[in-house]
Write a protein that binds this ligand. Structure first.
Ligand code: SF4
Length: 361
C-alpha cells in the first residue's frame, strides 16, 4: 500500500470513527497481518481491535491436546500433524518433547502425506492429528475418502476440526458482548461463501465484512465496517472479492459433508458449542482414530495463571495476562496463544511490544 493510500484510508477511518468502537478480527492470520504491516499506527484512538477465536491451535482445549499426546505415546503409533501442534503444551508435555523422548511424531505440510506413510509402514498405525477450521477440514475429508478407496486401514484421523460460524453465534449473543463489528475470516469465507455469516447482521445486528489479508483489503474492510456502524445499518459486505465467491467453494463443502457430521465441540475459553464440531460419519468409522484407539478427552483446567480463554473470547488483551512477556514467551510458552504462529499473544510479543499501541485497554 502506498503511503498516499495509507494516509487516505487512515483519514477515512478517523472520520468514520464517531465513538469508541470495537472490532473483532476473528482470524489469527488477520491479527498477524495487521501487526506485521503496521496498520495499528493508522487507526484512530477510538478504534480498538480485539482478537477472536480464529487460531485453530489456540481454541483446541487442553483435554484434547492431552488425549493426542497420550495417543502418541502408544506402541506402534506414528502421529503426524501440522507444525504448530508440536509445541502446544499439554498437561504432560508437548508432542515435540515426546518426539525427543522416542515417540514417533512427525510434521507434515499436507494431510495427504500420511497416505504415503501408511503405505510405506503397513505394520504401523498412522494417526493424522487434524486441527483447523473449514479451511483445512476439506483436505482431511479428501484424505479419508482416499484412504477408504485404497482400503488403508492402518491410517486414521484424530479429528479436532471446528466450524467457525457457531462460535461467532455464541460470541454475538454473549452477555456483555462489546463487539461492534466482525472482520470476518477470509480463508473460511473462501470455503463457506457468505450465507453462513448472514445471521450475524440479520439476527444480532452486528456489522460484518469479509476481509482479505493485504493492507489495502484490511483497511477497506474496516472502512466498510465503520460505515455500517455509523449509519446503523449492519449488513454483510466483502472486501475479498478476488478470492471469495458468494456461494463459496462448493466442492470443498461437499467433501466435508461426505465425511463429517455436525456435533457439539468444546472450545478453549468458550466451552461447548452446539454444531461447531466435525465428527466422523459412521461409514468412515474405521478411519476414526478416536474410536479406533478409544482416546479419552478429559476436562482439564487451563495452565496455572494462563488467560488464553479470555484472549480467545476477546475479553482481555495479552498485556492483561500477568505472565505475558515474563513467565510466558515464544521460547517458553505457557499457553497455546503464545505458541501458534497465528496466536494473539505470539503476535503481540513479536510485533506489539515496542509499538505505540494507542488502542490498548
Ligand atoms: S501470555 Fe501466555 S499465559 Fe498469558 S494468556 Fe497468553 S499464552 Fe496464556
Amino acid at each position: 500500500m502506498s503511503s498516499d493510500r495509507a494516509k487516505l484510508l487512515s483519514s477515512a477511518l478517523k472520520r468514520l470513527t464517531k465513538r469508541p468502537t470495537t472490532i473483532m478480527e476473528v482470524c489469527g492470520t488477520h491479527t498477524v497481518s495487521i501487526f506485521r504491516q503496521g496498520l495499528r499506527s493508522l487507526f484512530p484512538e477510538d478504534l480498538k481491535l480485539i482478537s477472536g477465536p480464529g487460531c485453530p491451535v489456540c481454541v483446541t482445549p487442553q483435554g484434547e491436546i492431552d488425549g493426542a499426546v497420550e495417543l502418541a505415546t502408544r506402541k506402534n503409533v506414528v502421529m503426524a500433524t501440522y507444525g504448530d501442534m508440536m509445541r502446544v503444551p499439554g498437561s504432560n508435555g508437548t508432542l515435540g518433547e515426546l518426539r525427543g523422548s522416542g515417540s514417533d511424531v512427525r510434521v507434515v505440510l499436507s494431510a495427504m502425506e500420511t497416505l504415503r506413510m501408511a503405505e510405506e509402514m503397513p505394520h504401523k498405525e498412522i494417526v493424522f492429528l487434524a486441527v483447523g477450521f473449514e479451511t483445512t477440514a476439506p483436505a482431511t475429508a479428501a484424505l479419508m475418502i482416499e484412504a477408504r478407496k485404497r482400503k488403508l486401514e492402518n491410517l486414521s484421523v484424530l479429528c479436532l476440526h471446528k466450524r467457525v460460524p457457531p462460535a461467532l453465534e455464541v460470541l454475538s449473543k454473549a452477555d456483555g458482548n462489546r463487539v461492534d463489528g466482525f472482520l470476518l475470516p477470509g480463508h473460511v469465507a473462501v470455503i463457506l461463501g457468505h450465507e453462513p455469516f448472514k445471521f450475524i447482521p440479520e439476527k444480532h445486528g452486528i456489522a460484518c465484512t469479509v476481509a482479505g489479508f493485504e493492507a489495502d483489503e484490511i483497511m477497506l474492510a474496516l472502512v466498510d465496517l465503520l460505515e455500517q456502524i455509523g449509519e446503523n445499518r449492519p449488513s454483510l459486505t466483502s472486501r475479498y472479492e478476488k478470492a471469495v465467491r458468494p456461494e463459496g467453494n462448493v466442492k470443498a463443502v461437499d467433501l466435508m459433508d461426505r465425511v463429517f457430521d455436525t456435533s457439539t465441540s468444546a472450545w478453549r475459553g468458550i466451552g461447548p458449542i452446539d454444531a461447531s464440531g466435525m465428527s466422523i460419519k459412521e461409514e468412515y468409522s474405521l478411519w476414526d482414530g478416536s474410536r479406533k484407539f478409544d482416546v479419552a478427552v478429559r476436562n482439564v483446567p487451563e495452565p496455572k495463571g494462563c488467560r488464553c480463554g479470555e484472549i480467545l473470547s476477546g475479553t482481555i488483551t495479552p498485556k492483561e495476562c500477568p505472565l505475558f512477556g515474563t513467565g510466558c514467551t515464544p521460547v517458553n510458552p505457557i499457553g497455546p496463544c503464545m505458541v501458534s504462529s497465528e496466536g494473539t499473544c505470539s503476535a503481540w510479543y513479536r510485533y506489539g511490544r515496542k509499538g505505540d499501541l494507542k488502542w490498548e485497554s
